[in-house]
Design a protein. Structure first.
Length: 217
């Protein structure tokens, strides 16, 4: 059985102009967080590194959102160094998982925009699981759920700290493990899944899920 590695990335903005044209992307990597899940879907290891941006900068909005400042990334590895470290940490039989396809896309953009070649990463990028898409399919709903929404709907008590890459990876792993173990999710009390109504319209919190145990981030 393959091991799963759940990944989360944090990015800063690349300003419009020459730098964005040169890089070819509006966002740049500043943090990688990941957790390793063993064959029993238990968390068995973790990886975290800040990344020094080459084209973008950390503005007040990103610092407030992520808690990452320019001081954190000043002496951090470059994207090439960080991705090489990450690739070296990955087990050979790992399958990568993330909340939404944005993380996979960002890594591909970093590799292309910075002319980085890490052959070991290729097989992982071509075999990636989008946990957000899987959750939407289980809910029979086209809505792109936020991770915090999905965790609450799935009745998972989770660690607060959205936009910390390692925390988000850990919380995504909890949800992914539950979806793997339960073909039909056990949902929070009071939640009405989309497939229980005729129209498939989604009322985001159906009277806010009567027993919400966790705060929406």
């Amino acid at each position: 059985m393959s091991k799963y590695v759940v990944v989360d990335l944090e990015m800063c903005k690349v300003p419009k102009g020459i730098k964005r044209e040169e890089f070819g992307c509006g966002y740049e990597l500043i943090e990688i967080g990941a957790v390793l899940m063993d064959e029993s879907l238990e968390i068995a290891g973790s990886f975290k590194t800040y990344v020094s941006p080459e084209f973008g900068s950390i503005d007040t909005y990103i610092e407030n959102l992520t808690g990452i400042s320019a001081a954190h990334t000043k002496d951090a590895p470059t994207a090439k160094e960080a991705l090489e470290m990450f690739a070296a940490w990955l087990p050979e039989d790992a399958v990568l998982v993330s909340w939404s396809e944005n993380d996979e896309r960002q890594i591909r953009k970093e590799l292309k925009g910075k002319n980085i070649c890490i052959p070991k990463l290729d097989k992982y990028l071509d075999n990636w699981i989008d946990c957000q898409k899987t959750f939407g399919e289980k809910m029979n709903c086209r809505k792109n759920y936020k991770l915090s929404e999905a965790l609450c709907i799935a009745d998972i008590y989770f660690e607060d700290g959205a936009h910390d890459a390692l925390v988000d990876a850990h919380n995504t792993a909890l949800l992914f493990a539950k979806m793997q173990r339960e073909p039909r999710l056990q949902l929070a009390a009071g939640f009405i899944p989309a497939d229980s109504v005729e129209t498939y319209t989604y009322n985001p919190f159906v009277k806010l899920l009567a027993g919400y145990r966790c705060a929406v981030l």
